[in-house]
Design a protein around this ligand. Structure first.
Ligand SMILES: [Zn+2]
Length: 371
């Protein structure tokens, strides 16, 4: 009903106070020159309101334009900053990449080798010499043995004061049997045989043939001149208890610790049951041979006997080295260099000290300690 009318008063009162304010202004400003009140009434409200709205609108528009300009300026300034920083980082990356890649492309790895000369005689020396039924032992130049007596520790015993081994075998045998003693409390391992001359080997063979017959004797005793005991890198072990009782090392499970851990000391159990056809030697749980730590480690991993391992190494060269890492993080690199007869130049990466061993057959094995 009256809906239109209440709306109108609502609109008008908004104007009325303004209208009222103008009369107040007129009363406060009794300027005689301002006679045309109608003009003021008409113009001032219209002009003021229009101007007010215009000003507000203008101010808003200016403000908006200002904000837009500011943003535009900010946008025009900041994004390039981002881009510049982005570009800068990109260029830095590309520069760093180019810094890395350039040397590779421009300067291919210039491998510089040092060369060490080895003679044919040197084929017979080193910790990896293979002495067996088809590879005769040849005494190396400068062959050196040391007696166990006076040099061994208290973790094991000797059947003879005359037993001798190489210095490398002495050091590692001591370490291994000390560790065995520490792990098991056993210190009754006895070394029953070590270095043997060809004559001593012949005497043993004669005695065994007499007692056991030729076939059995030859299964466990190498032909004189073909025995690993000539190298002084091998020992035979048995057990001699504090009570004076002798037994085989395989008679008590506790001694299997040695077979399970000997590779950590560069020592291998040389003649196993499953390798008889290769070694031509019967299962000998008592016979241990030093070959060097990385080699013993790798032979253990591969379950290779020395005959197999020496052949396996031939696939590795200085360009394609075998890398061996033990469980303590020690790393070695190993490669093979075929013998060239009287004189062989063995390449070594410059600045590296490599241990070179002959294989007693046809080449040399280089072992480099990386860490
Ligand atoms: Zn032996």
């Amino acid at each position: 009903m009256n809906t239109p009318t209440p709306n109108r008063p609502n609109r008008n009162p908004q104007r009325r106070p303004n209208m009222n304010s103008h009369p107040d202004n007129r009363q406060q400003s009794p300027d005689p020159r301002q006679n045309p009140n109608r003009r003021r009434r008409r113009r001032k409200p219209k002009y003021n309101y229009g101007a007010l709205f215009f000003l507000i609108a203008s101010a808003l528009i200016i403000l908006i334009i200002f904000i837009v300009i500011i943003r535009a300026i900010a946008g025009a300034v900041n994004p390039p900053d981002d881009k510049e920083t982005g570009n800068a980082s990109d260029t830095q990356q590309s520069e760093s990449i180019s810094e890395v890649t350039e040397p590779e492309t421009e300067a291919p790895p210039a491998v510089i080798y040092d060369y060490v000369t080895r003679t044919e005689t040197d084929l017979h020396s080193g910790s990896l010499i293979l002495v067996n039924y088809e590879n005769d032992y040849v005494e190396p130049v400068g062959f050196k043995t040391v007696p166990l007596y006076g040099n061994k520790n208290s973790s094991y015993k000797l059947s003879s004061a005359l037993h001798e081994v190489t210095p490398e075998m002495l050091e590692n045998l001591n370490a291994m049997l000390a560790a065995f003693d520490a792990a098991t409390g056993k210190h009754d391992i006895i070394i029953t045989s070590a270095y043997r001359t060809v004559e001593e080997q012949q005497a043993i063979m004669d005695e065994r043939i007499e007692n056991y017959g030729e076939e059995l004797a030859k299964l466990f005793v190498a032909e004189p001149g073909k025995s690993e005991h000539h190298t002084a890198l091998a020992v035979d072990m048995a057990v001699y208890t504090d009570a004076g009782e002798g037994m085989d090392i395989s008679d008590d499970e506790i001694y299997s610790w040695i077979e399970q851990n000997c590779h950590r000391y560069g020592i291998v159990r040389r003649y196993a049951e499953d390798k008889i056809e290769i070694t031509q030697i019967g299962n000998e749980p008592w016979h241990f041979r030093y070959v060097g730590k990385p080699h013993a480690w790798q032979m253990k991993q591969l379950n290779y006997c020395l005959e197999e391992y020496v052949e396996y190494l031939k696939q590795y060269s200085i360009e394609n080295r075998l890398s061996v890492t033990d469980d303590e993080g020690a790393i070695w690199e190993i490669y093979y260099v075929a013998s060239e007869g009287e004189s062989t130049e063995i390449p070594l990466p410059q600045g590296v000290i490599g241990e070179i061993s002959g294989n007693n057959r046809d080449g040399f094995i280089v072992t480099i300690s990386i860490s």
